[in-house]
Design a protein around this ligand. Structure first.
Ligand code: 6U4
Ligand code: NA
Ligand code: NA
Length: 178
């Protein structure tokens, strides 16, 4: 099989106001799409969880304690014959349940003293109502597993893409058995 490459992806969910925090990716892989926050797990990361929290802070300034990071599922992305992406992406997906306490605890270290979440070089964060999630400007697979995320039902999704501009060709999604 293909080599695996490990990534993290963090979605912040506000169940009171029924909204979700996404980021417009400004550069690199998945640029010009709304996405969760995350990135590669580096050899210097102590754990996948700490990698997720590091990327979250780097990309939008959010500082969240480890016990507020909840495992939500696992995603596998296979980019088919695309020569630029020979690995299968193994993405550990996490959910943060947004609360007034978490909001009040955020640092004001953003542009002009802005409180996190704030725009960075990599991402422009924005809250979206659950019924107005911009799936047409997101990865094709996201609309499939968002309901699982919002139901807090752990899942595993395998997604196959093909083409130079990756387009989803097949998927399998099921309850995560741990
Ligand atoms: P650098 O090298 O620092 O710019 P880094 O931030 O480490 O990159 P990045 O942003 O390229 O990594 O990581 C890709 C991000 O995109 C991860 O959070 C996983 C996510 N991702 C990749 N394919 C996806 C897909 N099909 N659907 C989805 N998220 C995907 O929802
Ligand atoms: Na990233
Ligand atoms: Na990174």
């Amino acid at each position: 099989g293909k080599p695996l490459k490990c990534f993290t992806l963090v979605l912040t969910v506000d169940s009171v106001q029924r909204r979700i925090l996404l980021g417009m990716k400004k550069r690199g892989f998945g640029a010009n799409m709304w996405n969760g926050f995350g990135g590669k797990v580096d050899t210097t990361d102590a754990s996948t969880e700490s990698a997720a929290l590091r990327e979250l802070q780097e990309e939008c300034g959010l500082v969240v304690p480890p016990h507020d990071l909840h495992r939500a599922g696992t995603l596998y992305f296979d980019f088919g014959s695309n020569k630029a992406i020979p690995q299968v992406f193994h993405v550990a997906l996490y959910r943060i349940d947004w609360t007034p306490e978490l909001a009040a605890a955020q640092p004001k270290d953003g542009p002009r003293g802005a409180r996190a979440p704030y725009e960075t070089e990599e991402m422009r964060p924005q809250w979206f109502d659950w019924d107005k999630v911009p799936f047409d400007k997101m990865w094709d697979d996201d609309r499939l597993w968002f309901p699982w995320l919002l139901r807090r039902e752990p899942f595993t999704a395998q997604v196959w893409f093909d083409g130079e501009v990756p387009a989803m060709v097949r998927y399998v999604i099921d309850v995560e058995r741990t």
